[in-house]
Design a protein around this ligand. Structure first.
Ligand SMILES: [Zn+2]
Length: 451
């Protein structure tokens, strides 16, 4: 018994191949066949659950390569502030009071929002708690994810314990749906010695729990703002030349399993270093604009052949998990500031949100495109909407006109997690009720009730 999606326009994201009147056969977790509907119907007719995608677009599920899923609880809590003030005066003081259950509930909300917007994989960096955590939330929602524990110099012992527990309990678990990562917060909050140690821990954990096909990766914020080199110099009393990425490379912590987020303030040497070490990049245009951090030199990196993926960042620096918004913003932002409308065309943007996202997470052997043998992670988008009419180009519509709310059905790991806009794994009303409860409880714990 499997699933047969039929009569759709399939954007495979493999060599930009499009199949009209196409079908996808799924068995268990895996795509077992892709082709024309009339051919697949003959082979997989009986016993297969049918999904009619007539007049709809089928894409590989979108891959959000930077999130802090639990922070949805703080969506709209503090806006319009500089990054330092926002983090130090607003976000970190309230996060201190977050219980494991709060983290679970916040991540559940992000998981639900992600699924509803056609996102099937989320790379999230947050505080891991053994009792309840983001991994449990994603597993309960049926969302694929890389779950990281964020590390800081001031809590090394606690971090190391959390990393070991997280990896042991969750890496490559839930039918391969959940993977884990080692997440140094940023070069200005993690000292060089600890950065080196965390890379060693990543290697050790890979030997014990990972493999070449299922690696434990590293996820870190890098060069988010132009004053980051100054901050590093000040905090660690270090002389820094040639940019933050080059600084990181000087003590050997960069490799192909590192995903560097933001990469706004890069030197030319930094870009060369990213290329040389095959570091992957997560571009978060909306968060960078909202926090006025600056604009990442993405076209330059793409020209060099660097893997650049897309992320939303946290629900309080974006403030949504909508990857359609992120795709459009990335496309128009770089055209605008470079005064060049030919930069970052729609096809390339859609690749950044799918197959390049998979590469950024070292997961392209299983996700990111619609290919036989890959895991069935798919989103089906309705085009019967005024804003998607008339239809000249599916790719154009997806990047420039579609919204998260146009996604109708979502399959992750071969399981239908949303059908005709109804999430099958969670009770939406109950989750939202619990979020409000948790939010009010959290606010009541603050020393001074600021709101
Ligand atoms: Zn972030």
């Amino acid at each position: 018994m499997g699933i047969l999606i039929q009569n759709g326009t399939i954007l495979t994201m493999h060599n930009r191949k499009i199949i009209r009147g196409g079908a996808i056969a799924i068995e268990d977790k895996t795509i077992i066949d892709v082709g024309k509907t009339h051919e697949l119907k003959r082979k997989y007719g009986r016993g297969y659950e049918k999904i009619n995608a007539k007049g709809k677009i089928v894409i590989p599920g979108l891959i959000n390569t930077h999130q802090h899923a639990a922070m949805s609880l703080l969506r709209g809590y503090a806006d319009d502030l500089p990054l330092n003030e926002w983090l130090e005066k607003w976000i970190w003081p309230i996060e201190k009071h977050m219980s494991p259950h709060d983290i679970y509930v916040g991540a559940l909300l992000t998981a639900m929002e992600s699924i509803m917007g056609g996102t099937t994989t989320v790379n999230t960096m947050y505080h891991y708690k053994p009792e309840e955590n983001e991994a449990k939330a994603f597993a309960d929602a049926g969302l694929r994810g890389v779950i990281g524990h964020v590390c800081f110099s001031w809590r090394k012992k606690e971090d190391k314990k959390a990393l070991r527990d997280l990896t042991k309990k969750w890496h490559n678990k839930i039918d391969g749906l959940i993977r884990t990562s080692v997440d140094p917060h940023a070069p200005y909050t993690v000292d060089p010695e600890y950065l080196k140690e965390l890379k060693e821990i990543k290697n050790e954990l890979n030997e014990k729990y990972g493999s070449e096909e299922t690696p434990i990766i590293q996820h870190i914020h890098v060069a988010e703002t132009v004053d980051e080199p100054e901050k590093i110099q000040e905090v660690f009393n270090i002389q820094l030349k040639n940019g933050v990425m080059t600084y990181l490379d000087s003590f050997g912590v960069l490799d192909k399993q590192v995903i560097a987020v933001h990469c706004v303030a890069l030197t030319d040497k930094d870009i060369e270093t990213i290329k040389k070490r095959n570091v992957k990049v997560s571009h978060n245009p909306i968060s960078n604009l909202k926090l006025a951090s600056g604009i990442s030199p993405v076209p330059k990196m793409l020209k060099k052949g660097i893997t650049v993926s897309l992320g939303t960042d946290s629900p309080c620096s974006n403030n949504s998990a909508d990857m359609f918004e992120t795709m459009k913003t990335a496309a128009i932002l770089h055209k605008g500031i470079n005064r060049n409308p030919t930069l970052m065309p729609a096809e390339q943007i859609l690749e950044m949100a799918t197959i390049e996202g998979a590469k950024a997470l070292s997961w392209e052997n299983e996700i990111g495109s619609i290919d036989v043998g890959k895991k069935a992670d798919l989103a089906i988008i309705s085009t019967k909407k005024p804003h998607l009419c008339p239809l000249h180009s599916e790719i154009s519509h997806l990047v420039y006109a579609a919204k998260a709310s146009d996604v109708e059905t979502v399959v992750i790991n071969g399981k239908i997690v949303m059908e005709n806009k109804k999430v099958t794994t969670l009770n939406m009303e109950k989750v939202m009720e619990e979020v409000e409860k948790v939010k009010n409880n959290l606010l009541s714990k603050l020393d001074v009730n600021v709101k």
